[in-house]
Design a binder for this molecule. Structure first.
Ligand code: S3P
Length: 448
């Protein structure tokens, strides 16, 4: 845990090596807690991510009346309350920094005869919620905000929401999941379509708990997920795959530093999460994926990465949802490549924990890297000579702007920096990857 530390610095590394154990997947950890809470029976979750975001969800579920036992670091037992068993909380539910936590829980609360008020930290309190509350209102769920579409928001659910057919304008797993969860107790078919398929952990994990979720991709390329309300979730133990979005920092760290070779076992390789690996391979990255297997309805594999001289590429627009959280760290790989890397269809990055396009562009420019920025695209002009490795001068300071992935990205850039890079506001790293500094240093980074 980084907790009370405000700043960290990072400087040149001689290589990233060894076998690295990455913690559990954040998206699946949130869902495992929520779904087991409304299941019938007791679920044992192994490998739950021990991060502040996941604990915000866990604590909110306890406030909603669910008995959750955290047995040891690795195993959590959830006594499900059934499809209508959640209770109105006595306290306001503070989801901290977690967009997934608050948005999915609003859907879950929406399908119960209870009322809950949601709030969050400075960053979450600026993020758009109408993308969730508008469709939930259409399902007859009562939503009260201050007229501005941001937190705090009070949701008064109903035991039988109206079923909804919703065409989402953006590919967003949070929108899709929130509506499907509200549809669990609706009388009829609730269906969500999205322009490109976003991560499908909700669909997979609901199936794991015995709920039939119909999925298809239409001829026009739209992906549709539907379920009929009234089915019961049945408790079933879960093992959480290790988080590819956390592994991303070690993958890029190993690629951009000389003399690196790192292995990471049991990483989730859901097709909607591996856009970064596809892109880095196209850039010339030496990344091996072996021992592909299935764990609890999700594919996992062992990943091995070694130093590679990278070249710029055009990242296809339709790949964005499968690497939406990885663009900050991709810009670091792009900065150290030869040639330019163009990223299109990334307007959603402006609505994450911070405006990730603006903040990454600002930091990269401080590092002497040319960046072109537009409303929904970004082009990074890499520093390396053809088939070479880049270094930067460094010696600057940047704020994370309350964004864990920004903080970890610039600390990773520090690995090729002659003078140290200082990042302020690093406690936010605890939201997704509390052991980031320890893990990076154990394998050859110099962050302190
Ligand atoms: C998440 C979905 C993504 C992602 C977020 C986690 C999830 O957001 O950025 O970090 O667990 O469903 P969107 O679905 O809004 O793009």
């Amino acid at each position: 845990m980084i907790k009370n530390i405000n700043s960290l610095s990072s400087k040149t590394s001689d290589g990233i090596n060894g076998t690295c154990i990455i913690a559990g997947d954040k998206s699946i950890s949130h869902r495992a807690l929520m779904f087991s809470s409304i299941a019938e029976g007791t679920t044992q979750i192994t490998g739950l991510l021990q991060s502040t975001d996941v604990y915000s969800t866990l604590n909110a579920l306890r406030e909603l009346g669910v008995n959750i036992l955290t047995q040891d670091q690795n195993v959590v037992r959830v006594n499900g309350v059934g499809m209508h068993g959640l209770q109105s909380p006595k306290k306001i539910l503070d989801l901290g920094n977690s967009g997934t936590g608050v948005r999915l829980l609003m859907g879950l609360v929406g399908s119960q005869q209870i009322t809950a008020t949601f709030t969050g930290d400075e960053s979450l309190s600026k993020r758009p919620m109408r993308r969730i509350t508008n469709p939930l209102s259409e399902m007859g769920i009562q939503i009260k905000d201050n007229g501005n579409g941001i937190l705090p928001i009070t949701v008064s659910g109903r035991s039988n929401p109206l079923p909804l057919t919703y065409n989402s304008p953006v590919a967003s797993a949070q929108i899709k999941s929130s509506i499907l969860l509200a549809g669990l107790n609706a009388r009829g078919l609730t269906s969500v379509s999205e322009p490109t398929k976003s991560r499908d952990h909700t669909e997979r994990l609901l199936s794991h708990f015995g709920v039939f979720v119909d999925t298809k991709t239409n001829v026009d390329g739209f992906y549709v997920a539907s379920l009929t309300g009234g089915a019961k979730l049945k408790a079933r133990d879960i093992t959480i795959p290790r988080d590819p979005s956390s592994a991303a920092f070690l993958i890029v760290a190993a690629l951009i530093t000389k003399n690196s070779c790192i292995s990471m076992p049991n990483i989730g390789i859901n097709p909607q999460r591996v856009g970064l690996i596809t892109t880095l391979r196209e850039m010339g990255g030496n990344i091996e994926i072996t021992n592909v297997r299935e764990v609890g309805g999700e594919e996992v594999a062992d990943i091995k990465v070694s130093s590679s001289s990278l070249k710029g590429v055009v990242v296809p627009a339709e790949r964005a949802p499968s690497m939406i959280d990885e663009y900050p760290i991709l810009t670091i790989a792009a900065a150290t490549a030869s040639g330019s890397t163009l990223m299109e269809n990334i307007g959603e990055l402006r609505h994450k924990e911070t405006d990730r396009i603006a903040v990454m562009a600002k930091g990269l420019r401080l590092a002497g890297i040319n960046v072109d920025e537009a409303a929904s695209s970004m082009c990074v002009h890499g520093l390396a000579e053809k088939k070479g490795f880049a270094t930067i001068k460094g010696g600057f300071r940047i704020s994370s702007e309350h964004d864990h992935r920004i903080a970890m990205s610039f600390l990773t850039l520090g690995l090729i920096s002659e003078n140290m890079i200082v990042v302020d506001g690093v406690s936010t790293i605890d939201t997704s990857f509390p052991s980031f500094v320890k893990t990076m240093n154990r394998h050859g980074a110099r962050i302190d």
